[in-house]
Design a protein around this ligand. Structure first.
Ligand code: GLN
Length: 304
């Protein structure tokens, strides 16, 4: 497959594509990011890699971090996590409170905010220093010790985090949160603030494309079965109430974040990350989705 030519074609095709939408202003730090950033980086399972544009610039990965924390929780929390978080698509916005009341505080899946807050709670119970452990994990899978939390972004979200504060307290009232709400929120805002480039994201997501193994060292970071299950949840829940649309248009497991990033993987083939900050109404990067749709159209390959 000539990925170089394909990425060149995507870059050219989308050069003047205006996705509409807006950068998120409920996290003031993210509203400062220039809307015209655009980059893409693809890593093949054999290490070949291809890229264009702002592929090397770090941005706030936001909800993409929910995949990393789920991987860690599966590692340290085992099967018992599924008693506290379900694996069904929500069909509702990522920060919705709606289903929690009817469903006894059990979030629909680990990739909506409520679900990721429960995963954060589990990690706080299981790990001595969860923030450090997450950072080490992400640095190891991306083979890059320079990855950091962005404290400014975390603080910015904290000042406006009413929804997440409500979610965690509501679940606590229903008995599905064990630790102190402030500790959970601090961990969650930090995981979302991780600053990574498309290059680093594509490399790190190779564990999901390659049966749990890292790209350069082939170190097994999660079990192949875990990777399989996490990919299934990305496929069905990675884009909230737009998961069906992403599956229909792109046909790969993926995860988005309100920083404008999207990562997708083709198991056994490649992992790819794209960044364009303008978000559609569902909170997903419209140009990013378009770029990935082009990718699977031009390669003629998806998981379907
Ligand atoms: N930190 C963001 C929030 O909780 C993450 C949302 C997202 O990326 N979809 O609202």
């Amino acid at each position: 497959m000539d990925y170089k030519a394909i990425l060149n074609a995507i870059e050219k095709e989308l050069e003047h594509f205006d996705p509409g939408g807006k950068v998120p202003d409920y996290i003031p730090e993210l509203a400062k990011v220039s809307a015209d950033k655009f980059g893409m980086h693809l890593y093949c399972i054999n290490g070949d890699n291809f890229y264009f544009g702002d592929h090397d610039e770090r941005f706030s990965i936001q909800s993409i971090s929910k995949v990393f924390t789920l991987a860690l929780a599966k590692k340290y929390g085992g099967k018992k996590i599924w008693k506290r978080v379900d694996v069904e698509p929500s069909g509702d916005p990522f920060n919705s409170l709606l289903q929690l009341e009817k469903e006894n505080g059990i979030p629909r899946n680990p990739f909506i905010n409520a679900g990721s807050l429960v995963i954060a709670d589990i990690l706080i119970s299981e790990l001595e220093n969860p923030k450090e452990c997450l950072l080490e994990f992400v640095r190891e899978i991306s083979d890059d010790p320079t990855i950091e939390y962005d404290d400014k972004v975390a603080a910015s979200e904290q000042t406006n985090g009413y929804r997440n504060i409500a979610l965690v307290n509501y679940m606590k009232s229903l008995g599905n949160i064990k630790n102190d709400a402030d500790d959970i929120l601090d961990f969650y805002f930090h995981q979302c603030s991780l600053a990574m480039s498309c290059c680093q994201l594509a490399k790190s997501f190779m564990i999901f494309a390659n049966e749990g193994k890292t790209l350069r060292t082939s170190k097994k970071m999660i079990g192949a079965n875990s990777a399989k299950r996490i990919n299934a949840i990305m496929q069905t829940c990675g884009f909230y109430d737009e998961a069906g649309e992403f599956s229909f248009r792109v046909g790969l497991p993926g995860k988005s974040g309100v920083g404008g990033g999207i990562v997708a993987i083709h198991p056994g083939q490649y992992s790819v990350a794209v960044w364009s900050p303008l978000l559609n109404e569902k909170g997903n990067s419209e140009k990013g989705m378009k770029a990935l749709e082009e990718l699977t159209s031009l390669t003629g390959l998806s998981i379907f």
